[in-house]
Design a protein around this ligand. Sequence first.
Ligand SMILES: Cc1ncc(COP(=O)(O)O)c(C=O)c1O
Length: 385
Amino acid sequence: MNFDRPVDRKGTSSVKWEWFKGEDVLPLWVADMDFAAPEAVTTALVRRAGHPVYGYTLPSDALYEAALGHIEKHFGWKVERDCLLFIPGVVTGFNVAARLVGETEAIAVPSPAYPPFLSAAKNARREMVKVSLPVENGRLVINRDVLEAQVTPETKLLMLCSPYNPGGTLLTKEELSGIVDFCEERDILICSDEIHADLVMDESRKHIPTASLSKVAAARTVTLMAPSKTFNIPGLGCAMAIIEDETLRTRFKAAMDGIVPYVNLMGYEGATAAYIHGSPWLKEVLSYLKENRDYAFKRLAAMKGLKPLLPEATYLIWMDARDLGVKDPAAFFEAGGVGLSDGAHFDAPGWLRLNFACTRAVLQEALDRMEKAIETLKSMPPAAR
Ligand SMILES: Cc1ncc(COP(=O)(O)O)c(C=O)c1O
């Protein structure tokens, strides 16, 4: 794959590109990649579209085998077929998980957070207990100590995001074990959103599924995974909930009843092709992304007023822009021609998130524009910023 070759996404109703339609703004916000999905995915979709009946569809044996095979091969986690439920999205999955706790119980949500985490407790009419994550040595940290200091006795569910978005923290075995021990001691369920599991930037490290740590971990964890971020097929709407504990699985299914639709048939087709044939593509895209990460990080770190965190995983750079001295950093860079995610939506005003899953040329242009925008501050009186 030549990831340098641009794919024109204009006119495809892309969320990322439509937002700034008609404006000269490079969209480096919502988490999808500007790259074509693996060719095998396109071939499978076109083939399926050639059959003109688009009825309700089941996940095939081939999909179970390919998805479970991928999880075992990449994370060394062997999961039984019965434990795997296909769902239309990971956000759906964690909103269902929020309904697993009693109405008087609370849900711990680490902050900063991927925005839909911040509304999951409210959607389920449960109390949210925010857990502020510190930045230590340029890394956003979630561990036992952080939870212990902030989680209340009413808390019965932890919304974990691993690898962490935003920030890109790849949790270590020690961090995960501490979190699991803490949850076991307090009888807290874990909803582990592992949608970014395949997007580890450092080849010497691996993502560890929370539930794979131990029997204790498996017994209290709902794992959410998906081929969507991995193979750039989020528009196909296919994700997975993996729940090894039978009682917990039955409760999860009951909470889904009547409100969660079947996965659409193209989602199944795309996921099957991606898991069977997508590994070489994934290897190549990871290497391209890693170069983009290093390039973008170096340039951002050199920009006055920005403090980026180096993501260990994900294709997203989380940065502190408070020292820029502008009221609204997202609006400031948008005026300079770069569309970033506004930290305010992640419960972190003054922070920004940059998606570097684009061609190097677009990334370079976006960073040039950001640099130029910062230059203009020199001649701008503080009151006007
Ligand atoms: C941590 C996290 N969870 C979930 C999602 C979205 O999942 P889905 O589109 O399957 O609902 C995203 C997308 O950016 C994400 O970053």
